[in-house]
Design a protein around this ligand. Structure first.
Ligand SMILES: CC(C)(COP(=O)(O)OP(=O)(O)OC[C@H]1O[C@@H](n2cnc3c(N)ncnc32)[C@H](O)[C@@H]1OP(=O)(O)O)[C@@H](O)C(=O)NCCC(=O)NCCS
Length: 154
């Protein structure tokens, strides 16, 4: 499946909100998502073959040439477990390796799917932000901070 995927640069479209709302338990607001389509971001998407439906997106903040952050990634439920997220993250990491740039991200401690994805592609857990995220039950949840860098940089 992954070999036939077509990843393209992504400009703002309401379809981003639609994917986010369908995939995330606590979705980002449209305002927050839109703010990731300003300068210093490089974003990518995977569309259906007829380009009518956005299946997945990844939003990457690049405030410094050598320090990037994956701000968000989401895959529509009907498109999950088909390698789309992995393909998007690997696409970004290939670019980061060429730059070269380190890539950071934060993920909810309870988000096992995302943590497994990031571990699979080579991210390492480097820190914890206690009580960082709101939850559906009005409590707070820790963020795991993860880092990827080119293996040869060690
Ligand atoms: C997390 C998410 C992006 C994964 O997208 P996906 O396209 O289904 O993931 P992939 O098919 O590319 O899976 C790649 C790897 O991720 C891990 N993974 C993905 N979904 C998983 C799940 N439900 N349970 C366990 N591991 C999972 C596995 O290691 C998988 O590799 P494998 O297929 O060899 O087991 C998707 O579940 C999603 O959109 N979740 C809601 C939004 C979210 O949590 N975003 C992360 C913000 S930090």
């Amino acid at each position: 499946m992954t070999s036939t995927l077509s990843i393209s640069p992504l400009d703002w479209t309401p379809a981003v909100s639609k994917v986010e709302a369908s995939a995330a338990a606590l979705p980002w607001s449209e305002m927050n998502l839109r703010s990731c389509f300003e300068a210093d971001y490089q974003n990518f998407g995977i569309w259906s073959q007829d380009a009518r439906e956005l299946y997945a997106f990844i939003l990457v903040h690049q405030p410094l040439a050598d320090e990037w952050t994956i701000m968000n990634i989401a895959v529509a439920p009907q498109a999950q477990r088909q390698g789309y997220a992995e393909a998007l993250v690997r696409h970004v990491l290939a670019k980061a390796a060429r730059q070269p740039a380190k890539v950071f991200l934060e993920v909810r401690s309870s988000n096992n799917a995302a943590r497994k994805l990031y571990q699979k592609v080579g991210f390492q857990e480097i820190g914890l932000r206690k009580n960082y995220y709101p939850t559906l039950s009005d409590t707070k949840e820790d963020a795991i901070v993860m880092l990827w860098h080119k293996p040869t940089e060690i």
